[in-house]
Ligand binder design. Structure first.
Ligand SMILES: Nc1ncnc2c1ncn2[C@@H]1O[C@H](COP(=O)(O)OP(=O)(O)OP(=O)(O)O)[C@@H](O)[C@H]1O
Length: 447
């Protein structure tokens, strides 16, 4: 097994000595920081898998440097400090950077964390061979072998069996729903239901009734009792997708349920116990959403007991080929064919920056698979939206089934709008709910 890299920036001689004389030194390729350059620059350039950093003076500049290099996604950090409050380090930790041990910490804790990381790496490497369709690792439903995905798998494995609320953040199509489903399926609630609500696709008047249910006669039109999603998800997981799209006046009600652990159906006087695990998702930066006044800060903290960031596909380009092979192998298995892909087409796929993330890649492979007879060539790949504004040279295609044109129009408009469903629905003249239904149908058709 290839030895992972461990970067050390430790002033405390005792801790450093303990590390160097333990079996950590045998398992890892160690690199010690030099005093001639700030540690943050060294860690940025070192492509290290893990870093143990004594960070009593973690600065805003350090935060900015590490964040811009996306090191919270790629490197597992263990920060050691005297425990003085540090807002910049706290911000970095909230991005899922790793661990912060405050003095007095025991060396044993450091050793356990490092061993845990090492064991995970060993398992991931030995799993590689078991995947038959491509060389990717898999956790639950999620595929990926890049360092940031392995880091994500470790986090998910740790939180799956807790009941803490998880907020999944990431761009559209990056796999947020897949993560929610995985957390459910590998956790203790797997035998219970998984219930999903697209908060952006429901009319504001119906939200309370959808979430909490209502009793007959609660309002005009409430002809019978209605079971809300909290009840439907009893014993399981409630996935709140696009949670920042929930109108702010309803967010306080959700917050109350999360705080009290109980809810009341509209028109009922009886409180019911909320036996659900909440996983929420957003493709907005929640700090921006709070600053813009569309997400309550207190709700954000409640939802993000465990914040999980899904890296966009362009930040895990190592996975692009593996995912392509996987989607191709999957189609081959379903269609009982044996189509392959040329090196030139693969190169073209690697060069593209995938603004629509895994969803866009999956659809591009699916389309090319249909177009190619035996070998997918560059010409079978379509990245340019078919639905660019119609000009004299660019006319609406003819002789293609309407359903295919509709699908192309929807996926390309979504891509052009960088995943914004609201803008896409507006441009296409359909409701956001219709758009959700169609996207769900396309995802299902491919599974
Ligand atoms: N890591 C992955 N491995 C395999 N398939 C993936 C992965 N990530 C995403 N997908 C596939 O890409 C499609 C989009 O994923 P998903 O719906 O989870 O994204 P999302 O982030 O929730 O998107 P949105 O914000 O638009 O709702 C699905 O078909 C899913 O199966």
């Amino acid at each position: 097994m290839q030895r992972p890299k461990l970067f050390l920036h430790i002033n405390d001689r005792e801790t450093e000595h303990a590390i160097l004389s333990s079996d950590i030194a045998r398992k890892f390729l160690l690199a010690k920081s030099s005093e001639f350059e700030p540690w943050v620059e060294q860690v940025k350039d070192s492509q290290t898998d893990m870093a143990i950093i004594e960070a009593n003076d973690f600065t805003e500049h350090d935060l900015h440097t590490l964040k811009s290099a996306s090191l919270h996604l790629h490197t597992e950090f263990i920060f050691l400090s005297r425990g003085e409050p540090n807002v910049f380090l706290d911000k970095f930790m909230k991005l899922g950077a790793g661990y912060h041990l405050r003095s007095p910490y025991e060396f044993k804790t450091v050793q356990t964390l490092v061993d845990d990381f090492y064991e995970d790496g060993a398992t991931a490497q030995s799993n590689t061979k078991k995947i038959h369709s491509s060389s990717l690792n898999q956790f639950g439903h999620i595929l990926g072998s890049s360092s940031c995905m392995l880091k994500l798998f470790r986090t998910l494995r740790k939180v799956a069996n807790s009941d803490l609320n998880v907020l999944v953040m990431g761009e559209s199509g990056a796999g947020k729903e897949l993560i929610a489903q995985t957390l459910h399926d590998v956790g203790v609630r797997a035998d219970g239901p998984f219930v999903a609500l697209n908060c952006g696709a429901i009319s504001p008047e119906l939200i309370d009734s959808e979430l909490f249910g209502h009793v007959k006669g609660a309002f005009t039109g409430a002809h019978k009792d209605h079971t809300g999603l909290f009840e439907q998800a009893k014993g399981g997981t409630l996935f709140l997708d696009e949670v920042t799209e929930m109108p702010i006046e309803h967010q306080v009600k959700l917050l109350r349920v999360l705080e009290l652990g109980e809810f009341r159906p509209v028109g009922s006087n009886t409180a019911e116990y909320a036996d659900v695990r909440i996983v929420a998702a957003t493709n907005r930066d929640p700090s921006d959403a709070v600053a813009d006044g569309i997400l309550r800060e207190d709700l954000y903290y409640r939802l993000a007991q465990i914040p999980v960031h899904v890296p966009p596909l362009r930040e895990r380009s190592d996975d692009v080929i593996g995912l392509t092979e996987h989607f191709l192998a999957y189609r081959n298995a379903v269609e009982e064919t044996n189509k392959s892909i040329s090196q030139a087409a693969l190169n073209r796929i690697v060069e593209h920056d995938w603004p629509g993330n895994v969803r866009e890649l999956k659809h591009a492979v699916e389309r090319a698979f249909v177009m190619a007879d035996n070998v997918i060539e560059e010409t079978h790949l379509t990245f340019v939206p078919l639905t660019e504004k119609i000009t004299e040279e660019n006319t609406v295609p003819t002789g293609i089934p309407l359903a295919d044109i509709e699908r192309e129009a929807i996926l390309n408009t979504l891509e052009e709008n960088k995943g914004s469903k609201k803008r896409t629905a507006d441009q296409l003249g359909i409701t956001v709910k219709t758009l959700y239904n169609k996207l769900e149908k396309y995802d299902q058709q491919e599974e």
